[in-house]
Design a protein around this ligand. Sequence first.
Ligand SMILES: Cc1cc2nc3c(=O)[nH]c(=O)nc-3n(C[C@H](O)[C@H](O)[C@H](O)COP(=O)(O)OP(=O)(O)OC[C@H]3O[C@@H](n4cnc5c(N)ncnc54)[C@H](O)[C@@H]3O)c2cc1C
Ligand code: FES
Length: 315
Amino acid sequence: MQLVDFEIQHNTRIAANTYRILLSPGSSIPPPAPGQFVNIQLEGRYLRRPISVCDWDGQTLTLIYKAVGEGTKQLAGYAAGQRLNLLLWLGNGYDYSRQGTGDRRQDVGSGQGTGDRRQDVRDREGELRDGEQDSPLATSFLPPDSSNIPCSLSHPTSRIPCLLPPPSSLLIGGGVGVPPLYYLAKELLRAGRRPVAILGFNRADEVFYLREFAKLCETIVTTADGSLGQKGFVTHAMESVGNYDALYACGPEAMLKAIYDQAAPLPPGRAQFSFERRMGCGFGACMACSCRTLAGSKRICVDGPVLAREEIIWE
Ligand SMILES: Cc1cc2nc3c(=O)[nH]c(=O)nc-3n(C[C@H](O)[C@H](O)[C@H](O)COP(=O)(O)OP(=O)(O)OC[C@H]3O[C@@H](n4cnc5c(N)ncnc54)[C@H](O)[C@@H]3O)c2cc1C
Ligand code: FES
């Protein structure tokens, strides 16, 4: 855990009330684990605000946050060049070390692998940066004018047929539970896994990072009102996903419970759920985030936010 000053590179709106902030640290820092979070200090506010790591490329940290209350609205007003103090890297993150590896020779999505997963991921990141044409997989559900994704999309379907053999790692995110799964998807690819993502939102104008996910893996989007992708909830989309041997979820607690109830039986530790709790200190000192689990009382900020299916008690 360390306190680090970052400089804001960009802080831009990417969907309804939703912002992406890119931050550069002033010094060299170790990489985060997927699912970890940072605690942001905001001028004039006693409590820091916890936000999940969405991406880290060795130089730039990406966070995506929804402006919901006073602190996050204040953050949305910050401009490039301003500095932010972050406490990092917090929490346990997702543990994908207990899984076997997938077939490294098979490229994700196109079926034409280079055999070097890191290179594949770098290639995809490069395409995203350069704004090059999407892969056929991605364009199969993105409208032609998708350069400003997300926002006012009304394309009827986003389901991409599964071109990959099982097993896969199923990633399910809802709303601002989506960001940590992006960095997780990249790390799973690096580890030779095949992520499949289900991203759930209320409406099309709330959708973000669909294009970015689609560059990495098979991606299904659902909206509650059907204005983009499959109509309904992420649990509806789960029915159409084939075999998976690991599951990682992040989002509202009601969504996590529905996923928990519907998930296929998996070996211990293979289904992991990331929880949000109101936090005080963010590093285990105040007990504000304590919750009951079958493994005893846990502080979500240090023993979580990720809990294994076997230890969760729903209250
Ligand atoms: C581990 C973790 C990761 C998170 N990751 C993200 C993310 O990637 N993107 C995102 O948009 N949001 C994320 N959140 C939720 C985010 O922390 C809250 O939306 C934010 O703190 C709200 O602050 P506010 O001042 O705008 O709201 P206010 O309601 O004014 O906040 C008042 C107080 O309550 C706390 N609080 C309010 N809502 C939450 C909440 N849902 N969870 C925890 N504390 C809360 C605030 O930190 C603050 O101390 C995460 C929360 C946790 C616990
Ligand atoms: S927020 Fe203080 S112990 Fe978790």
